[in-house]
Design a protein around this ligand. Structure first.
Ligand SMILES: Cc1ncc(COP(=O)(O)O)c(C=O)c1O
Length: 394
């Protein structure tokens, strides 16, 4: 079969792959517990659903402008002002089919073939693949668990070449849960401005910070604001993963080319989901607070349990809903009759023998780790940790 060389180089999403395997086993009636998907287990709040129903009844079922309705883009500008202290006009906002789509638009808008994008590891699985889709070259910089998985200003500067076009900055981070402080962001902004490098600031977990302050890198000055493409969406904050609404806030020139691109690729994102997003953004925040409090309880329990199990350990994450479990001590051991050499080996053995689905760190550029998501019930979390403990003690 004749297939594009570019597309052949794109790997499948390891998180979606493990989730698909988990769902397949479940469908076969196998008692498996899964921690793969980064998807809140809560239902979308009722006031958001009602807004969608009303949108259907009001006939908001037609094409909208490709970049999103003026009403939604205005609501996003108001949100950015209210919550992040940022001034954007509606022509700087592009609404897309989820933040994933927003990210692809952003890379397509700023990269020429061979342009480099710096991505700190551990990274969310899709970033390097998205850069490749846009003909760019991902340049990975390693961070260490003992440094809270944060890269330094020096590491950033050392990775810069004449071809560097952008840095991916995901805070709070998927998969580590790390959150950069204001001072750290200021230092990163200084380097980006000095070298004229775009910052793709993925702030999709901004409402899930348990320890630390929410700061957008774009808020420091106009120079860094012009270089920043903010990525955000409603999937995680409002338990709206299936509605597929994400957005960017950027310099108007970048927004314009992203709108052009989107107008040919997908046209507007779903009109009903757009109307529901206006309701979500204008909500009173009580649902967000409820979900965050629940996530925090689960995080504390998970971290304490992992650190009490022999052979594994983890740091206390400050944000998002993931825990990176260090499995380096298990490498080289034989578990469940299988020699564990990689995180994929362990993921397969855990799935097969303990009926426990965790995401191997390999896809995040961190093979000494496995990712747990605590966006699942406390009951599942307890059961999953019991299974891990039992499996490792045997
Ligand atoms: C860091 C990060 N960015 C973006 C996304 C994409 O979110 P969505 O496309 O559902 O809006 C995710 C989802 O897992 C994520 O973890």
């Amino acid at each position: 079969m004749y297939i594009s060389e570019k597309v052949k180089k794109i790997s499948p999403s390891s998180t979606l792959a493990i989730d698909a395997k988990f769902k397949e086993m479940k469908a076969q009636g196998i008692d498996v517990v899964g921690f793969g998907a980064g998807e809140p287990d809560f239902d979308t709040p009722d006031f958001i659903k009602q807004a969608a129903i009303k949108a259907i009844q009001d006939g908001k079922t037609k094409y909208t402008p490709a970049a999103g309705t003026m009403e939604l883009r205005t609501a996003i500008c108001e949100k950015l002002k209210r919550e992040n202290g940022l001034d954007y006009a509606p022509n700087q906002i592009i609404v897309s089919n989820g933040a994933k789509h927003s990210l692809v638009n952003a890379f397509m808008a700023i990269l020429n073939p061979g342009d480099e994008v710096i991505i700190p590891a551990p990274f969310w699985v899709s970033y390097p693949e998205m850069v490749k889709i846009a003909d760019g070259v991902p340049v990975i910089i390693e961070t260490k668990e003992e440094d809270e998985f944060k890269f330094t200003k020096e590491q950033f500067e050392d990775a810069i070449t004449p071809k560097t076009r952008a840095l991916v900055l995901n805070s709070p981070s998927n998969p580590t849960g790390m959150v950069y402080t204001e001072d750290e962001l200021l230092a990163i902004a200084d380097v980006a401005v000095k070298h004229n490098i775009y910052v793709i600031a993925d702030e999709i977990y901004e409402h899930l910070i348990y320890d630390g302050k929410r700061v957008s890198i774009a808020s420091f000055n106009d120079k860094i604001k012009d270089l920043t493409i903010i990525i955000n969406g409603v999937s995680k904050t409002y338990a709206m993963t299936g509605w597929r609404i994400g957005y960017t806030a950027s310099h108007a020139d970048i927004a314009k080319v992203m709108a052009n691109l989107q107008s040919h690729a997908t046209s507007n994102p779903n009109s009903i989901a757009q109307a529901a997003t206006i309701a979500a953004l204008n909500g009173d925040g009580s649902e967000i607070a409820m979900m965050k409090a629940e996530f925090e309880k689960r995080k504390n329990y998970m971290v304490e349990r992992i650190n009490s199990i022999n052979g594994v350990s983890c740091r206390m994450p400050q944000g998002a809903f993931y825990v990176m479990m260090n499995i380096s001590k298990l490498k080289g051991k034989t578990l469940g009759g299988k020699l564990i050499e990689t995180s994929d080996d362990l993921a397969n053995v855990l799935l097969e023998k303990a009926k426990l689905a965790l995401v191997p760190g390999s896809g995040f550029g961190a093979d000494d780790f496995m990712r747990w998501s605590y966006a699942t019930s406390m009951e599942n979390i307890k059961e999953g940790l019991d299974r891990l403990e039992k499996f490792l003690s045997e």
